[in-house]
Write a protein that binds this ligand. Structure first.
Ligand code: NAG
Ligand code: NAG
Ligand code: NAG
Length: 453
Protein backbone atom coordinates (compact mmCIF):
# COMPACT_ATOMS: atom_id res chain seq x y z
CA UNK A 1 0.00 0.00 0.00
CA UNK A 2 1.36 3.45 -0.98
CA UNK A 3 1.54 6.30 1.48
CA UNK A 4 -1.53 7.80 -0.20
CA UNK A 5 -3.47 4.60 0.50
CA UNK A 6 -2.28 4.58 4.09
CA UNK A 7 -3.44 8.15 4.56
CA UNK A 8 -6.92 7.30 3.34
CA UNK A 9 -7.03 4.24 5.56
CA UNK A 10 -6.11 6.32 8.61
CA UNK A 11 -8.63 8.97 7.69
CA UNK A 12 -11.29 6.30 7.31
CA UNK A 13 -10.40 4.77 10.67
CA UNK A 14 -10.59 8.14 12.31
CA UNK A 15 -13.97 8.82 10.73
CA UNK A 16 -15.23 5.72 12.51
CA UNK A 17 -13.31 5.92 15.80
CA UNK A 18 -13.22 9.67 16.27
CA UNK A 19 -16.97 9.97 15.78
CA UNK A 20 -17.89 7.03 18.02
CA UNK A 21 -15.32 8.20 20.57
CA UNK A 22 -17.03 11.53 20.68
CA UNK A 23 -20.47 10.07 21.27
CA UNK A 24 -21.65 11.58 24.51
CA UNK A 25 -22.49 9.34 27.41
CA UNK A 26 -25.85 9.83 29.02
CA UNK A 27 -25.87 10.99 32.60
CA UNK A 28 -28.37 9.89 35.22
CA UNK A 29 -30.67 12.88 34.95
CA UNK A 30 -33.76 13.54 32.86
CA UNK A 31 -32.24 16.40 30.85
CA UNK A 32 -29.62 14.04 29.47
CA UNK A 33 -31.81 10.92 29.14
CA UNK A 34 -34.73 12.74 27.54
CA UNK A 35 -32.39 14.09 24.83
CA UNK A 36 -31.64 10.59 23.52
CA UNK A 37 -33.15 10.11 20.05
CA UNK A 38 -35.66 7.27 19.96
CA UNK A 39 -34.24 4.34 17.92
CA UNK A 40 -35.83 4.60 14.49
CA UNK A 41 -37.34 1.11 14.36
CA UNK A 42 -39.99 2.06 16.85
CA UNK A 43 -41.69 4.79 14.82
CA UNK A 44 -41.72 2.54 11.75
CA UNK A 45 -43.43 -0.48 13.27
CA UNK A 46 -46.69 1.25 14.36
CA UNK A 47 -48.55 -1.83 15.51
CA UNK A 48 -47.73 -4.21 18.34
CA UNK A 49 -49.33 -6.88 20.51
CA UNK A 50 -49.43 -6.55 24.29
CA UNK A 51 -49.80 -9.74 26.34
CA UNK A 52 -50.86 -9.91 29.99
CA UNK A 53 -50.22 -13.34 31.44
CA UNK A 54 -49.41 -14.37 34.99
CA UNK A 55 -50.86 -16.02 38.10
CA UNK A 56 -53.92 -13.75 37.70
CA UNK A 57 -54.70 -15.82 34.58
CA UNK A 58 -55.56 -18.72 36.90
CA UNK A 59 -58.55 -17.29 38.83
CA UNK A 60 -59.17 -15.36 35.56
CA UNK A 61 -61.94 -13.43 37.18
CA UNK A 62 -62.49 -9.67 37.15
CA UNK A 63 -59.10 -8.48 35.98
CA UNK A 64 -55.34 -8.91 36.32
CA UNK A 65 -55.67 -6.82 39.49
CA UNK A 66 -57.45 -9.80 41.11
CA UNK A 67 -55.11 -10.13 44.09
CA UNK A 68 -55.34 -6.44 44.90
CA UNK A 69 -59.12 -6.22 44.62
CA UNK A 70 -59.49 -9.37 46.67
CA UNK A 71 -56.99 -8.74 49.50
CA UNK A 72 -56.00 -5.10 49.14
CA UNK A 73 -59.31 -3.35 48.57
CA UNK A 74 -61.47 -6.23 49.71
CA UNK A 75 -63.84 -5.53 46.86
CA UNK A 76 -67.04 -7.56 47.58
CA UNK A 77 -67.20 -9.02 44.05
CA UNK A 78 -63.80 -10.61 44.46
CA UNK A 79 -64.28 -11.50 48.08
CA UNK A 80 -67.54 -13.31 47.37
CA UNK A 81 -66.04 -15.07 44.37
CA UNK A 82 -63.38 -16.54 46.64
CA UNK A 83 -65.79 -17.47 49.44
CA UNK A 84 -68.10 -19.21 46.99
CA UNK A 85 -65.51 -21.09 45.00
CA UNK A 86 -62.44 -21.80 47.13
CA UNK A 87 -61.79 -23.37 50.53
CA UNK A 88 -61.42 -21.09 53.51
CA UNK A 89 -57.87 -19.86 53.94
CA UNK A 90 -56.97 -20.34 50.27
CA UNK A 91 -54.10 -17.98 49.47
CA UNK A 92 -53.19 -16.23 46.24
CA UNK A 93 -49.92 -18.16 46.11
CA UNK A 94 -51.95 -21.35 45.81
CA UNK A 95 -53.14 -20.23 42.39
CA UNK A 96 -49.62 -20.42 40.97
CA UNK A 97 -49.47 -24.23 40.46
CA UNK A 98 -52.61 -23.78 38.33
CA UNK A 99 -50.62 -21.77 35.83
CA UNK A 100 -49.95 -24.98 33.94
CA UNK A 101 -49.50 -23.69 30.40
CA UNK A 102 -50.24 -27.19 29.03
CA UNK A 103 -51.03 -25.74 25.61
CA UNK A 104 -48.45 -22.94 25.60
CA UNK A 105 -46.70 -23.06 22.25
CA UNK A 106 -44.57 -19.95 21.78
CA UNK A 107 -44.30 -20.62 18.04
CA UNK A 108 -48.05 -20.68 17.71
CA UNK A 109 -48.28 -17.36 19.57
CA UNK A 110 -45.61 -15.84 17.36
CA UNK A 111 -47.37 -17.14 14.25
CA UNK A 112 -50.64 -15.52 15.35
CA UNK A 113 -48.92 -12.23 16.17
CA UNK A 114 -47.14 -12.21 12.84
CA UNK A 115 -50.36 -12.96 11.00
CA UNK A 116 -51.96 -9.97 12.77
CA UNK A 117 -49.48 -7.68 11.03
CA UNK A 118 -47.91 -6.69 14.37
CA UNK A 119 -44.25 -5.71 14.21
CA UNK A 120 -43.55 -5.85 17.94
CA UNK A 121 -44.62 -7.84 20.94
CA UNK A 122 -44.65 -6.70 24.58
CA UNK A 123 -45.01 -9.47 27.16
CA UNK A 124 -45.51 -9.17 30.94
CA UNK A 125 -42.24 -10.37 32.41
CA UNK A 126 -43.68 -9.49 35.82
CA UNK A 127 -46.93 -7.79 36.78
CA UNK A 128 -47.77 -6.12 40.13
CA UNK A 129 -48.25 -9.55 41.76
CA UNK A 130 -44.47 -10.02 41.49
CA UNK A 131 -44.59 -13.45 39.79
CA UNK A 132 -41.80 -13.51 37.22
CA UNK A 133 -42.31 -15.33 33.93
CA UNK A 134 -38.62 -16.21 33.91
CA UNK A 135 -36.32 -17.76 36.50
CA UNK A 136 -35.51 -14.56 38.35
CA UNK A 137 -32.87 -15.34 41.00
CA UNK A 138 -34.48 -12.75 43.28
CA UNK A 139 -37.98 -14.19 42.98
CA UNK A 140 -37.44 -17.53 44.66
CA UNK A 141 -40.33 -19.93 44.17
CA UNK A 142 -42.43 -17.09 42.77
CA UNK A 143 -41.36 -17.54 39.19
CA UNK A 144 -42.43 -19.62 36.22
CA UNK A 145 -39.50 -22.06 36.34
CA UNK A 146 -39.71 -23.09 40.00
CA UNK A 147 -43.49 -22.90 40.08
CA UNK A 148 -46.51 -22.97 37.75
CA UNK A 149 -45.54 -24.05 34.25
CA UNK A 150 -41.89 -24.87 35.14
CA UNK A 151 -40.83 -23.18 31.92
CA UNK A 152 -38.89 -20.07 30.98
CA UNK A 153 -41.86 -18.38 29.36
CA UNK A 154 -40.00 -15.12 28.63
CA UNK A 155 -37.09 -16.95 27.02
CA UNK A 156 -39.24 -19.28 24.94
CA UNK A 157 -41.40 -16.46 23.67
CA UNK A 158 -38.40 -14.22 22.93
CA UNK A 159 -36.86 -16.98 20.80
CA UNK A 160 -40.09 -17.67 18.91
CA UNK A 161 -40.78 -13.99 18.19
CA UNK A 162 -37.21 -13.37 17.06
CA UNK A 163 -37.27 -16.33 14.71
CA UNK A 164 -39.71 -14.23 12.69
CA UNK A 165 -37.51 -11.42 11.49
CA UNK A 166 -40.43 -9.05 11.07
CA UNK A 167 -41.05 -8.63 14.82
CA UNK A 168 -39.29 -6.91 17.71
CA UNK A 169 -39.45 -8.31 21.23
CA UNK A 170 -40.25 -6.17 24.27
CA UNK A 171 -40.99 -6.73 27.94
CA UNK A 172 -43.50 -5.17 30.27
CA UNK A 173 -42.13 -4.87 33.80
CA UNK A 174 -43.79 -3.60 36.97
CA UNK A 175 -41.57 -1.61 39.32
CA UNK A 176 -43.73 -2.06 42.40
CA UNK A 177 -45.14 -5.26 43.84
CA UNK A 178 -48.36 -4.92 45.83
CA UNK A 179 -47.38 -7.19 48.67
CA UNK A 180 -43.61 -7.65 48.56
CA UNK A 181 -42.39 -7.36 52.19
CA UNK A 182 -39.30 -5.32 51.23
CA UNK A 183 -41.39 -2.97 49.15
CA UNK A 184 -43.94 -2.53 51.93
CA UNK A 185 -41.21 -1.81 54.44
CA UNK A 186 -39.59 0.77 52.09
CA UNK A 187 -43.02 2.30 51.68
CA UNK A 188 -43.40 2.48 55.47
CA UNK A 189 -40.17 4.46 55.56
CA UNK A 190 -41.76 6.96 53.17
CA UNK A 191 -39.37 5.58 50.55
CA UNK A 192 -36.30 6.78 52.40
CA UNK A 193 -34.99 3.17 52.40
CA UNK A 194 -34.23 1.27 49.18
CA UNK A 195 -34.08 -2.33 50.35
CA UNK A 196 -36.51 -3.47 47.67
CA UNK A 197 -34.55 -1.63 44.98
CA UNK A 198 -31.20 -3.03 46.10
CA UNK A 199 -32.26 -6.62 46.72
CA UNK A 200 -35.07 -7.18 44.25
CA UNK A 201 -35.68 -4.60 41.58
CA UNK A 202 -32.22 -3.77 40.27
CA UNK A 203 -30.83 -7.32 40.25
CA UNK A 204 -33.98 -8.34 38.42
CA UNK A 205 -33.93 -5.54 35.83
CA UNK A 206 -30.26 -6.08 35.01
CA UNK A 207 -30.90 -9.82 34.76
CA UNK A 208 -33.84 -9.30 32.42
CA UNK A 209 -31.86 -7.05 30.09
CA UNK A 210 -28.67 -9.10 29.97
CA UNK A 211 -30.46 -12.46 29.70
CA UNK A 212 -33.15 -11.60 27.17
CA UNK A 213 -31.94 -8.42 25.45
CA UNK A 214 -35.39 -6.91 25.00
CA UNK A 215 -35.68 -4.12 22.45
CA UNK A 216 -38.37 -2.40 24.47
CA UNK A 217 -39.05 -2.03 28.20
CA UNK A 218 -42.61 -1.12 29.03
CA UNK A 219 -42.23 0.11 32.60
CA UNK A 220 -45.24 0.32 34.91
CA UNK A 221 -46.21 0.38 38.58
CA UNK A 222 -44.19 3.53 39.24
CA UNK A 223 -46.79 5.89 40.66
CA UNK A 224 -46.43 5.39 44.41
CA UNK A 225 -42.85 6.67 44.61
CA UNK A 226 -40.61 9.22 42.92
CA UNK A 227 -38.04 8.15 40.31
CA UNK A 228 -35.31 8.84 42.87
CA UNK A 229 -36.63 5.91 44.92
CA UNK A 230 -36.71 3.60 41.91
CA UNK A 231 -33.26 4.79 40.78
CA UNK A 232 -34.77 5.02 37.33
CA UNK A 233 -32.31 7.52 35.91
CA UNK A 234 -29.33 5.43 37.06
CA UNK A 235 -30.83 2.35 35.44
CA UNK A 236 -31.64 4.18 32.20
CA UNK A 237 -28.16 5.68 31.97
CA UNK A 238 -26.73 2.15 32.16
CA UNK A 239 -29.32 0.93 29.67
CA UNK A 240 -28.45 3.66 27.16
CA UNK A 241 -24.66 3.69 27.68
CA UNK A 242 -23.47 0.23 28.54
CA UNK A 243 -26.18 -2.41 28.24
CA UNK A 244 -26.13 -5.02 25.46
CA UNK A 245 -29.18 -3.29 23.92
CA UNK A 246 -27.93 0.30 24.17
CA UNK A 247 -28.41 1.06 20.48
CA UNK A 248 -31.86 -0.45 19.96
CA UNK A 249 -33.64 -0.19 23.31
CA UNK A 250 -36.84 1.80 23.48
CA UNK A 251 -38.58 2.61 26.76
CA UNK A 252 -41.81 4.31 27.77
CA UNK A 253 -42.44 7.02 30.36
CA UNK A 254 -43.48 5.28 33.60
CA UNK A 255 -40.38 5.67 35.73
CA UNK A 256 -41.69 7.38 38.88
CA UNK A 257 -44.43 9.61 40.23
CA UNK A 258 -44.97 12.52 37.87
CA UNK A 259 -42.83 11.07 35.05
CA UNK A 260 -45.47 9.93 32.65
CA UNK A 261 -46.19 12.19 29.69
CA UNK A 262 -42.98 14.01 30.64
CA UNK A 263 -39.85 11.86 30.86
CA UNK A 264 -38.40 8.71 29.37
CA UNK A 265 -38.58 7.48 25.79
CA UNK A 266 -41.96 7.52 24.09
CA UNK A 267 -45.03 8.57 26.06
CA UNK A 268 -47.85 6.29 27.14
CA UNK A 269 -49.32 8.77 29.59
CA UNK A 270 -52.36 7.11 31.17
CA UNK A 271 -53.66 3.70 30.06
CA UNK A 272 -55.59 4.05 26.81
CA UNK A 273 -54.63 7.73 26.62
CA UNK A 274 -55.78 9.32 23.38
CA UNK A 275 -54.53 12.82 22.62
CA UNK A 276 -57.01 15.22 20.99
CA UNK A 277 -54.52 16.42 18.38
CA UNK A 278 -51.04 15.72 17.01
CA UNK A 279 -48.62 15.56 20.01
CA UNK A 280 -45.08 16.90 19.73
CA UNK A 281 -43.55 13.78 21.25
CA UNK A 282 -43.65 10.18 20.04
CA UNK A 283 -46.40 8.31 21.88
CA UNK A 284 -48.15 4.96 22.05
CA UNK A 285 -51.74 4.07 22.73
CA UNK A 286 -52.25 0.81 24.55
CA UNK A 287 -55.70 -0.68 24.44
CA UNK A 288 -57.21 -4.05 25.23
CA UNK A 289 -59.56 -6.16 23.12
CA UNK A 290 -61.37 -6.96 26.38
CA UNK A 291 -62.39 -3.46 27.44
CA UNK A 292 -62.70 -4.51 31.12
CA UNK A 293 -59.39 -6.26 31.64
CA UNK A 294 -55.83 -6.74 30.38
CA UNK A 295 -55.52 -10.25 31.77
CA UNK A 296 -57.80 -13.10 30.69
CA UNK A 297 -61.07 -13.34 32.62
CA UNK A 298 -63.48 -16.17 32.11
CA UNK A 299 -66.43 -13.90 32.90
CA UNK A 300 -65.94 -11.64 29.88
CA UNK A 301 -68.89 -11.06 27.57
CA UNK A 302 -68.85 -10.65 23.84
CA UNK A 303 -70.42 -7.19 24.13
CA UNK A 304 -67.47 -6.09 26.29
CA UNK A 305 -64.92 -6.77 23.57
CA UNK A 306 -63.80 -4.26 20.97
CA UNK A 307 -65.11 -5.30 17.60
CA UNK A 308 -62.92 -5.28 14.52
CA UNK A 309 -64.07 -1.93 13.04
CA UNK A 310 -63.51 -0.25 16.43
CA UNK A 311 -59.97 -1.63 16.63
CA UNK A 312 -59.09 -0.57 13.09
CA UNK A 313 -60.50 2.92 13.69
CA UNK A 314 -58.45 3.21 16.87
CA UNK A 315 -55.31 2.05 15.05
CA UNK A 316 -55.81 4.47 12.17
CA UNK A 317 -56.57 7.42 14.44
CA UNK A 318 -53.50 6.67 16.55
CA UNK A 319 -51.16 6.40 13.57
CA UNK A 320 -52.59 9.54 11.95
CA UNK A 321 -51.69 11.35 15.19
CA UNK A 322 -48.15 10.01 15.16
CA UNK A 323 -48.65 7.23 17.70
CA UNK A 324 -47.99 3.50 17.83
CA UNK A 325 -50.85 1.16 18.66
CA UNK A 326 -50.26 -1.61 21.19
CA UNK A 327 -53.23 -3.95 21.32
CA UNK A 328 -53.59 -6.26 24.30
CA UNK A 329 -54.84 -9.82 24.61
CA UNK A 330 -54.86 -12.07 27.68
CA UNK A 331 -54.04 -15.75 27.15
CA UNK A 332 -55.60 -18.32 29.48
CA UNK A 333 -53.68 -20.13 32.22
CA UNK A 334 -53.33 -23.16 29.95
CA UNK A 335 -51.35 -21.02 27.49
CA UNK A 336 -54.12 -20.89 24.90
CA UNK A 337 -54.95 -17.56 23.28
CA UNK A 338 -58.77 -17.47 23.42
CA UNK A 339 -60.02 -18.04 19.89
CA UNK A 340 -62.08 -14.84 19.89
CA UNK A 341 -58.82 -12.88 20.36
CA UNK A 342 -57.19 -14.98 17.66
CA UNK A 343 -60.01 -14.08 15.33
CA UNK A 344 -59.58 -10.33 16.01
CA UNK A 345 -55.85 -10.55 15.40
CA UNK A 346 -56.10 -12.51 12.18
CA UNK A 347 -58.66 -10.11 10.76
CA UNK A 348 -56.53 -7.09 11.61
CA UNK A 349 -53.81 -8.87 9.65
CA UNK A 350 -56.12 -9.36 6.68
CA UNK A 351 -56.89 -5.64 6.64
CA UNK A 352 -53.23 -4.69 7.00
CA UNK A 353 -52.22 -7.01 4.20
CA UNK A 354 -54.19 -4.82 1.80
CA UNK A 355 -53.89 -1.47 3.55
CA UNK A 356 -50.66 -1.69 5.55
CA UNK A 357 -48.84 0.82 3.36
CA UNK A 358 -51.09 3.49 4.89
CA UNK A 359 -49.83 2.45 8.35
CA UNK A 360 -46.25 1.08 8.49
CA UNK A 361 -43.40 3.58 8.29
CA UNK A 362 -45.78 6.47 7.66
CA UNK A 363 -45.58 9.96 9.12
CA UNK A 364 -48.41 12.22 10.17
CA UNK A 365 -49.45 14.46 7.28
CA UNK A 366 -49.82 18.26 7.44
CA UNK A 367 -53.50 17.71 8.24
CA UNK A 368 -54.66 14.77 10.35
CA UNK A 369 -58.33 14.62 9.51
CA UNK A 370 -61.05 16.27 7.47
CA UNK A 371 -64.67 15.74 6.65
CA UNK A 372 -64.82 15.09 2.95
CA UNK A 373 -67.77 13.16 1.61
CA UNK A 374 -67.21 11.21 4.85
CA UNK A 375 -64.58 11.76 7.59
CA UNK A 376 -61.06 10.65 6.62
CA UNK A 377 -57.79 10.24 8.56
CA UNK A 378 -54.54 11.10 6.82
CA UNK A 379 -51.11 9.47 6.95
CA UNK A 380 -48.21 10.01 4.57
CA UNK A 381 -44.91 8.78 3.18
CA UNK A 382 -42.42 10.70 1.05
CA UNK A 383 -44.30 9.65 -2.08
CA UNK A 384 -47.96 9.36 -1.11
CA UNK A 385 -50.74 10.64 1.10
CA UNK A 386 -53.29 8.13 2.42
CA UNK A 387 -56.86 8.96 3.36
CA UNK A 388 -58.56 6.23 5.42
CA UNK A 389 -62.31 6.27 5.97
CA UNK A 390 -64.62 4.15 8.08
CA UNK A 391 -68.01 5.06 6.69
CA UNK A 392 -69.18 3.61 3.43
CA UNK A 393 -70.35 6.73 1.56
CA UNK A 394 -72.72 4.57 -0.51
CA UNK A 395 -72.23 6.81 -3.53
CA UNK A 396 -69.74 6.88 -6.37
CA UNK A 397 -68.45 10.42 -6.13
CA UNK A 398 -66.09 11.12 -3.25
CA UNK A 399 -64.65 14.51 -2.34
CA UNK A 400 -61.61 15.59 -0.37
CA UNK A 401 -60.91 19.27 0.15
CA UNK A 402 -57.43 19.44 1.67
CA UNK A 403 -55.08 17.73 -0.84
CA UNK A 404 -53.66 20.01 -3.55
CA UNK A 405 -53.57 18.11 -6.82
CA UNK A 406 -51.25 18.48 -9.79
CA UNK A 407 -51.11 17.14 -13.36
CA UNK A 408 -49.24 14.13 -11.99
CA UNK A 409 -51.75 13.19 -9.35
CA UNK A 410 -52.69 9.51 -9.32
CA UNK A 411 -55.53 8.27 -7.13
CA UNK A 412 -56.09 4.63 -6.19
CA UNK A 413 -58.21 2.68 -3.77
CA UNK A 414 -55.93 0.18 -2.01
CA UNK A 415 -56.84 -3.34 -3.02
CA UNK A 416 -58.33 -2.12 -6.30
CA UNK A 417 -56.09 -2.56 -9.35
CA UNK A 418 -57.15 0.41 -11.48
CA UNK A 419 -56.45 4.08 -10.77
CA UNK A 420 -59.59 6.09 -10.06
CA UNK A 421 -60.91 8.82 -12.32
CA UNK A 422 -60.70 12.17 -10.62
CA UNK A 423 -61.01 15.91 -11.24
CA UNK A 424 -59.78 18.91 -9.26
CA UNK A 425 -62.39 20.90 -7.36
CA UNK A 426 -62.51 24.57 -8.28
CA UNK A 427 -60.98 25.91 -5.04
CA UNK A 428 -58.93 23.09 -3.52
CA UNK A 429 -59.20 19.34 -3.35
CA UNK A 430 -60.58 16.77 -5.71
CA UNK A 431 -63.54 14.66 -6.54
CA UNK A 432 -63.02 11.04 -7.53
CA UNK A 433 -65.13 8.24 -8.82
CA UNK A 434 -65.18 5.31 -6.40
CA UNK A 435 -65.72 1.75 -7.58
CA UNK A 436 -67.93 -0.57 -5.52
CA UNK A 437 -66.09 -0.75 -2.23
CA UNK A 438 -64.62 -4.19 -1.61
CA UNK A 439 -66.43 -5.66 1.37
CA UNK A 440 -64.18 -5.83 4.41
CA UNK A 441 -65.18 -6.88 7.93
CA UNK A 442 -62.90 -4.08 9.13
CA UNK A 443 -65.15 -1.47 7.52
CA UNK A 444 -62.23 0.73 6.57
CA UNK A 445 -60.93 1.70 3.15
CA UNK A 446 -57.88 3.64 2.02
CA UNK A 447 -57.50 6.09 -0.83
CA UNK A 448 -53.90 6.56 -1.93
CA UNK A 449 -53.00 9.92 -3.42
CA UNK A 450 -49.72 10.29 -5.28
CA UNK A 451 -48.51 13.62 -6.57
CA UNK A 452 -50.49 15.76 -4.13
CA UNK A 453 -49.29 18.43 -1.72
C1 NAG B 1 -42.53 11.79 52.75
O1 NAG B 1 -41.64 12.31 51.78
C2 NAG B 1 -42.10 13.40 51.02
C3 NAG B 1 -41.05 13.80 50.00
O2 NAG B 1 -40.35 12.70 49.56
C4 NAG B 1 -42.42 14.56 51.98
O3 NAG B 1 -42.99 15.61 51.22
C5 NAG B 1 -43.39 14.10 53.06
O4 NAG B 1 -43.57 15.12 53.98
C6 NAG B 1 -42.87 12.87 53.78
N1 NAG B 1 -43.89 12.36 54.68
C7 NAG B 1 -43.61 11.93 55.91
C8 NAG B 1 -44.77 11.43 56.70
O5 NAG B 1 -42.47 11.93 56.36
C1 NAG C 1 -29.36 4.68 43.61
O1 NAG C 1 -28.52 5.65 42.99
C2 NAG C 1 -27.71 6.37 43.91
C3 NAG C 1 -26.99 7.45 43.11
O2 NAG C 1 -26.20 6.90 42.11
C4 NAG C 1 -26.77 5.44 44.62
O3 NAG C 1 -26.01 6.15 45.57
C5 NAG C 1 -27.61 4.38 45.33
O4 NAG C 1 -26.76 3.42 45.93
C6 NAG C 1 -28.53 3.68 44.37
N1 NAG C 1 -29.39 2.79 45.11
C7 NAG C 1 -29.53 1.52 44.78
C8 NAG C 1 -30.44 0.73 45.67
O5 NAG C 1 -29.00 0.99 43.82
C1 NAG D 1 -66.10 16.44 11.22
O1 NAG D 1 -67.44 16.30 11.64
C2 NAG D 1 -67.61 15.90 12.98
C3 NAG D 1 -69.08 15.62 13.23
O2 NAG D 1 -69.86 16.67 12.75
C4 NAG D 1 -67.04 16.99 13.88
O3 NAG D 1 -67.17 16.62 15.24
C5 NAG D 1 -65.56 17.15 13.56
O4 NAG D 1 -65.00 18.21 14.32
C6 NAG D 1 -65.35 17.43 12.08
N1 NAG D 1 -63.93 17.37 11.78
C7 NAG D 1 -63.29 18.30 11.07
C8 NAG D 1 -61.84 18.10 10.90
O5 NAG D 1 -63.86 19.24 10.60
Amino acid sequence: MGSEGLRWLLLGLCAVLCVSGRRARYTADWASLDARPLPAWYDDVKFGIFIHWGVFSVPSFGSEWFWWYWQGEKDPDYYLFMIKNYPKGFSYAEFAPGLKAEFFDPNEWAEIFEASGAKYVVFTSKHHEGFTNWESPTSWNWNSVDNGPHRDIVGELAAAVRKRKSMHFGLYHSLFEWFHPLYLSDKDSNFTKQDFIRNKLMPELYDLVTSYKPELIWSDGDWEAPDTYWNSTEFLAWLYNDSPVKDVIVVNDRWGQGCYCKHGGYFNCADKYTPPELPKHKWEKCNSVDTHSWGYRRNMKLSELMDLPTIIKDLVYTVALGGNYLLNIGPASDGQIPVIFQDRLLRIGEWLKVNGEAIYSTKPWRVQTENGTVPVWYTSTSSAVYATFHTNPKQFSFQLFVPKTSENTVVTLLGNPNPLKWAPLHSSGLVMLLPDLPSTPAEAWVIKLEGVA
